[in-house]
Design a protein. Structure first.
Length: 448
């Protein structure tokens, strides 16, 4: 056979490579464009591994979800007037970046509600009049990154990395402050709202409870009625499994059974009675996951999608929902690195309430019985939640580890004087989560 000597024109090769890369980038960009409405609809339509989750995580939280959680009416009223502006809601303790009259990004404010008063920062319209990437704070002598001053000496800024106490103003996470600094400019409008202050219409303060932190809110409107250390990051234990169920449901694209591997069966605890080698449909595995709080079921579900990939999806979903201080280290909640705050868990609860009510419905069952595929008998899955069976209970999840102590997220209809409201109660770090929740419910019935 005759051997042919080929010669290559470097310029031609470079041209072809550039053409191929440009085409690939164009296709990727076209497939990654979503409207804000599309983002909410696409939550249940995306295949695992595509660019959707990373796209949304990079942009910020889904606008439709943020709007369901809700900035104050005062901020929404300014959307058409200004188009592009910073909205600071000191009721929700969130900062919103508006583009074209709609929320494009949401950033948590690293303060507890009430730490900044209207005497210090009046509600209304302000404008950025000073910007500095490394402002030296006269108050505490630290360099506050990405400072944007908009009223007297009040600024939006990034929490100094490695710093302890935060020094006044509107502190954000370092990365959030940097993103906002890149978006805003001199004279950008800043609208400050206090919404409906906690305690304005309450006849009494919440009673003392054992929980290190709690939050009580209207799950339909997102109004926070009362809270304690609700922005403190704490271990959440098996409340984690609510996110596990959400991510599994939104990424399930086949009827393939979920196998219980030896590794999954060896996960700490034996709740659910699962054995290595067994296989179940995902809908069946929700029962031991959410009722018995089976760690084996949680691990098996994660392995079904690829364990590491599933953990990526859980954390990406948290960022999509604006749960920016939440970290998931495993799908069960055994790891004390699974941490969140009351405010972040409120976001998760409201999302499930709006889009995955069937998950909550499952958690209202005291016991569920299904045919055992490996025998002629039945399998019983028993709910270990201390508040299941209470009147007007709409679901939730409990958890426990030595470090997290007792945790509980639960939703109820509470009858008020002239109406009824759907209330979510989240307690973290409790010595008796059931009693704490019941105590707070009795109080809320008397004040709303």
């Amino acid at each position: 056979m005759k051997k042919t000597n080929l010669t290559y024109d470097p310029f031609y090769i470079s041209f072809v490579v550039i053409l191929l890369v440009t085409t690939a980038v164009g296709i990727g960009f076209a497939s990654g464009v979503f409207t804000q409405e599309d983002q909410v609809e696409e939550l249940t339509q995306q295949e695992p591994g595509n660019a959707f989750w990373s796209e949304i995580a990079e942009r910020g939280s889904v606008a439709g979800v943020d709007r369901a959680i809700g900035p104050s009416p005062e901020l929404e009223a300014q959307a058409d007037r200004y188009g592009q502006f910073i909205g600071i809601d000191l009721n929700a303790m969130e900062l919103y970046w508006y583009e074209n009259g709609r929320i494009a990004h949401t950033y948590p404010i690293l303060l507890d509600r009430g730490e900044l008063t209207e005497d210090e920062l009046p509600a209304g319209q302000h404008r950025i009049h000073y910007r500095n990437e490394r402002h030296l704070s006269a108050k505490n002598g630290t360099r506050n990154p990405y400072t944007q001053q908009f009223y007297r000496n009040i600024s939006v800024y990034g929490q100094p990395q490695g710093a302890g106490e935060i020094g006044g103003g509107i502190p954000l996470r370092h990365d959030d402050a940097q993103r906002l600094y890149d978006l805003a400019s001199q004279d950008t409008p800043v609208i400050v709202s206090y919404g409906n202050e906690i305690g304005e219409t309450l006849s009494s303060s919440p009673p003392p409870v054992s929980a290190q932190a709690y939050i009580i809110a209207d799950i339909d409107t997102g109004e926070v009625i009362a809270h304690k250390r609700s922005r403190r990051s704490l271990a959440i234990a098996s409340i984690t499994k609510l996110m596990t169920a959400v991510v599994a449901r939104e990424n399930n694209r086949s009827s393939d059974p979920v196998y219980i591997s030896p590794n999954a069966a060896a996960t700490y605890g034996n709740s659910g009675g699962l054995s290595a080698g067994e296989a179940f449909g995902l809908s069946t595995l929700y029962l031991p996951l959410l009722l018995d709080s089976s760690n084996d079921a949680a691990t098996a579900i994660a392995e079904h999608y690829g364990y590491d990939r599933f953990m990526e999806l859980m954390n990406q979903k948290a960022r999509t929902l604006g749960m920016r201080t939440t970290i998931f280290d495993d799908p069960s909640g055994l790891s004390d690195l699974n941490t969140s705050t009351g405010h972040d868990l409120l976001r998760l609860a409201r999302y499930i309430w709006s889009y995955h009510r069937s998950i909550l419905d499952t958690t209202t069952e005291i016991m569920s019985t299904t045919p055992d595929p490996y025998s002629d008998g039945l399998r019983n899955f028993t709910n270990n939640n201390p508040v299941v069976g209470m009147d007007n209970y709409h679901g939730g999840k409990n958890g426990y580890t030595d470090r997290a102590r007792h945790t509980l997220l639960s939703i109820y209809t509470v009858d008020a004087e002239n109406s009824s409201r759907n209330i979510v109660v989240i307690v973290l770090g409790a010595e008796n989560r059931g009693d704490d929740t019941k105590t707070l419910l009795r109080w809320i019935k008397g004040v709303i």
